[in-house]
Design a binder for this molecule. Structure first.
Ligand code: ADE
Ligand code: ZN
Length: 335
């Protein structure tokens, strides 16, 4: 078995994927056409050529524009269904999916439309393919606290479908502290919390996510390495980092994959996981992320197994479910 086959064979959980970031140009054209919305590109190749980013904001501008063609429940269903099909191909057996309601409600799409489409696709993937799913609702940090509160209130009637809340969008200049109160309210409602921090932002934002938002995981967190005390804390608390290698490369967080710090953090005992973030924009789903890392950092089979086991350890599955998947992973041997 070569490394690629080994990655394919191992069961994996994905903990950091934005459903709007799984929107492939082919489906975008199809949905735009049926919704009678014009796309400012000739064809799918032209769209892909525009995916040349120099930082997070240059990506977000295109990502929000792309999501603008999603209008109906069927659109959110098709989007989610297509992502879950890719999970099945990559042997991702469990996924905790982010969605950005404000991207849609700001355009007049009802919260209900968004969540109903996503939930229906998730339910079917469970029934047909045995893929388990959870949903995490993200607040856009470049918008106001008031808008986040409004979004939380819109979500409450659908709370049974939402495991937690997260924080995404432009990081620099929008610290986690801005959302301390809305996250406190979400926790009162029984929702778990996560937050993007330390992607482009400084270690201070990671501290704020931990101390003010009481997160269960840090999304990205790669810049935590700049602060020794923070690293010691992440290791001691076994605080998971949901790292996204191809995303980091495309958004120039690292200039080349060989310079990625995931292996260094793993070897120091940080609970790091591998994820795809916005796979339609960054050139690959889960297995491509593993392959790119394994090749550039020369990961061993044992390290790949640890990363897969970490994905379940850091998930919101029950302890019994986690143990079952980890046992399966441990039973894998490379020749
Ligand atoms: N929204 C979608 N992808 C994101 C990322 N990598 N960082 C912040 N916000 C995002
Ligand atoms: Zn993200």
């Amino acid at each position: 078995m070569n490394i690629k086959q080994f990655i394919q064979a191992l069961p994996k959980a994905e903990l950091h994927v934005h459903i709007e970031g799984t929107f492939e140009p082919e489906l975008m054209f199809e949905i735009a056409k049926r919704n009678h919305i014009a796309i400012p590109y000739e064809n799918v190749d032209a769209v892909r050529q525009a995916y040349d980013f120099h930082n997070l904001q240059s990506f977000l501008d295109i990502y929000y524009a792309g999501a603008g063609v999603l209008l109906h429940e069927a659109d959110f269903y098709d989007l989610t269904r297509a992502y879950l099909e890719r999970c099945r191909e990559d042997n991702v057996v469990h996924t905790e999916i982010f969605f950005d309601p404000q991207t849609h409600t700001a355009r007049g799409v009802a919260f209900e439309t968004v969540i109903n489409g996503i939930v229906r696709a998730c339910r079917e993937a469970g029934q047909q393919w045995g893929i388990s799913t959870r949903l995490i609702m993200c607040f856009l940090r470049h918008l106001s606290e008031e808008s986040a509160f409004e979004t939380l209130n819109q979500a409450l009637p659908y709370k049974e479908h939402i495991i937690g809340v997260g924080l995404d969008s432009s990081e620099l200049g929008y610290p986690p502290s801005k959302f301390e109160r809305v996250f406190a309210q979400a926790r009162t409602e029984g929702l778990l919390t996560v937050a993007h921090a330390g992607e482009e932002g400084p270690p201070k934002y990671v501290y704020e996510a931990l101390d003010l938002l009481h997160v269960r995981r840090i999304d990205h967190g790669v810049r935590a390495e700049e602060d020794e005390a923070l690293m010691a804390r992440l290791i001691a608390e076994q605080m998971p980092l949901t790292v996204c290698p191809l995303s980091n490369l495309k958004l120039k967080v690292f200039t080349e994959m060989k310079k990625h710090n995931l292996r260094r953090m793993l070897q120091r005992g940080v609970l790091v996981t591998v994820n795809s973030d916005d796979p339609a924009y960054f050139g690959g789903y889960m297995n491509r992320n593993f392959e790119a890392l394994a090749e550039a950092l020369d990961l061993s089979a044992e390290e790949i197994k640890t990363l897969c086991a970490n994905s379940f350890r850091a998930s919101f599955l029950s302890e019994a479910e986690k143990e079952e998947w980890i046992r399966k992973i441990e039973s894998f041997h490379v020749e």
